[in-house]
Design a protein around this ligand. Structure first.
Ligand SMILES: [Zn+2]
Length: 286
């Protein structure tokens, strides 16, 4: 058991250099209705993410936590958050998620990842990755199945692996690539029954409902954020499939945070707009 007063924990972490806040549609999981097919097939994670340098939710950990260590994870979960069964399998489930994203993303963690499962009273499932601190947090509630929290953890783990692979350049990565690769890397944890992100987003493009890729989600509805994350994942999928990992890795280190800010022209000899047009044709193609 560990008690983590929020103030001391915050102080221990110091300045936060990067954070990815993932806000999930609480109603999706709590209303008892089927997820709207427009945004997510049954079983898929419908999610949105807010990226900010100084997150408003600064490590709001409080209360008592149980902790255990695995080979690569320090796992802590808020007391009475999980059922006995979930508690017993939590560390193994998180290890399995990490295994999955390590293989898919192609990079192992450079060190232990502290992984916290906290209680979110409103059931607004969300996650955050403090990659400089090797700390991932997911907030959930008793009413949500553990699988939902694991999906978020998988996404946050990829943020950590991105930092481990690309170093400090990760902190200034193009948002499209940063969130795109984290979502793509989480693969089946986000896809539900869809085989890939191209298939997932195709209906939006067919109905002309896709958003421009270089869209900031700031101030937009959660449904738009959700859509952008899937679109960005399919854009990453497109770049990786067509031009390979080596060039993608070079591209990832050239951004300056804003969506579309990476040096696409130097790496792919095309503007972002040209690549977006090619991505659309690829999604809609045979
Ligand atoms: Zn993220």
């Amino acid at each position: 058991m560990n008690s983590l007063p929020p103030r001391s924990f915050h102080a221990a972490l110091g300045p936060i250099t990067i954070a990815a806040l993932l806000v999930l549609l609480a109603w999706l999981f709590t209303s008892g209705r089927s997820p709207a097919p427009r945004f997510a097939p049954p079983g898929a994670v419908s999610a949105s993410v807010i990226e900010q340098a100084q997150p408003a939710l600064a490590l709001p950990l409080s209360g008592s936590y149980s902790s255990r260590s695995t080979q690569r994870l320090l796992v802590m979960s808020a007391d009475e958050l999980l059922s006995e069964q979930e508690e017993a399998r939590l560390a193994a489930d998180l290890e399995r998620a990490l295994d999955y994203v390590v293989v898919r993303f192609g990079h192992s963690p450079n060190g232990t990842i502290s992984t916290y499962l906290g209680h979110e009273p409103t059931c607004g499932l969300h996650g955050i990755a403090y990659t400089s601190m090797r700390t991932v947090q997911v907030f959930t509630c008793r009413e949500l199945p553990l699988s939902r929290a694991l999906s978020i953890a998988a996404h946050e783990f990829v943020h950590q692996l991105s930092h481990d692979r690309y170093g400090k350049a990760h902190l200034q990565a193009d948002l499209v690539l940063m969130e795109g690769v984290a979502t793509w890397g989480a693969g089946s944890y986000w896809l539900g029954h869809a085989p890939d992100f191209r298939t997932f987003v195709r209906p939006w493009l067919e109905r002309n409902e896709a958003l421009p890729l270089a869209t900031s989600y700031v101030g937009r509805p959660i449904s738009d954020m959700n859509k952008l994350y899937y679109q960005w994942a399919s854009f990453v999928e497109f770049l990786l499939e067509r031009d390979g990992r080596e060039r993608f890795d070079i591209l990832y280190t050239t951004g300056s945070g804003a969506p579309g800010s990476a040096d696409y022209r130097r790496v792919y000899q095309r503007t972002f707009a040209e690549l977006e047009a090619e991505w659309k044709a690829w999604v809609l193609g045979p």
